[in-house]
Design a protein. Structure first.
Length: 255
């Protein structure tokens, strides 16, 4: 090998080594399963490797896992400040706003996400979910139908749409969509619990008990009754106060 060739290889290798070193802390954060460690590593990445939108977004996700919702929003906002077209940061910030009960703010973020990712069904499902919480049912139905039109096997969209119809008193349409959901995902907690509620309100206690027991087998937290429901609501689940009262009765009566 000629000396000239050796020098040329050196010129190529040095930038590659520097690039690998520049991503060291970010990769450690990405590969870690411990949210506390992730925050530590992504913070070092921001300090030592550059304040990138990706690093702030990733640290925000770690903070969300630790229920530091305000901290997560701050990091997602910083990611957006650095890169205003970073779609994932809008989606993540919108999602975390649920736990801050900032539903309108979530919709604003999801509007931005959808404008950047118009063919992604997840944005429509999420925005439809927040419209559901706000009892803005026409908008919820439009978004959830859009989500399922893009992704025909989108179980969550059918479950959410069924719940919208359930709130409108359109029980047959609710059941139709819950069945679509369960055909795709038999272990949908929301669809099983919502079927249990409908059956209970129709005084079909055996049917209600069947769905309730199956939901408990899917998620052991439901063995704690209404406390389990409250835990689920800290994630991406929602029931009206009226339906939670019904569930509370069911957990007592349908043991």
């Amino acid at each position: 090998m000629k000396t000239k060739d050796l020098l040329l290889i050196g010129v190529v290798l040095i930038p590659m080594m520097m690039s690998a070193q520049n991503n060291y802390w970010f990769k450690k954060g990405r590969d870690s399963k411990d949210p506390k460690k992730q925050i530590e590593y992504f913070t070092k990445s921001i300090e030592k490797e550059g304040a990138t939108a990706k690093a702030y977004n990733s640290r925000g996700t770690a903070k969300d896992k630790l229920k530091d919702y305000q901290g997560a929003v701050a990091d997602y906002s910083k990611a957006i400040e650095i890169d205003a077209k970073f779609a994932d940061a809008y989606n993540n910030r919108g999602s975390v706003r649920k736990n801050l009960q900032d539903y309108q703010g979530a919709i604003v973020d999801l509007n931005e996400y959808i404008s950047l990712e118009p063919n992604n069904p997840y944005g429509y499902n999420s925005r439809g979910f927040f419209y559901l919480i706000l009892a803005e049912y026409a908008q919820a139905i439009a978004d959830l139908n859009k989500a399922s039109s893009i992704k025909s096997d989108y179980a969550s969209a059918y479950a959410n749409l069924g719940y919208v119809y359930m709130q409108q008193g359109k029980t047959e349409m609710a059941i139709e969509n819950f069945n679509k959901c369960l055909k795709i995902d038999r272990k949908s907690i929301s669809a099983n619990l919502d079927f249990a509620i409908i059956s209970y309100l129709k005084s079909n206690l055996q049917e209600s008990k069947k769905y309730l027991r199956f939901a408990k087998s899917i998620d052991p937290r439901l063995s704690k009754g209404i406390d389990g429901i409250n835990e689920l609501e800290k994630e991406n689940y929602y029931w009206t106060d009226k339906d939670k009262e019904t569930l509370k009765k069911m957990f007592v009566e349908l043991k």
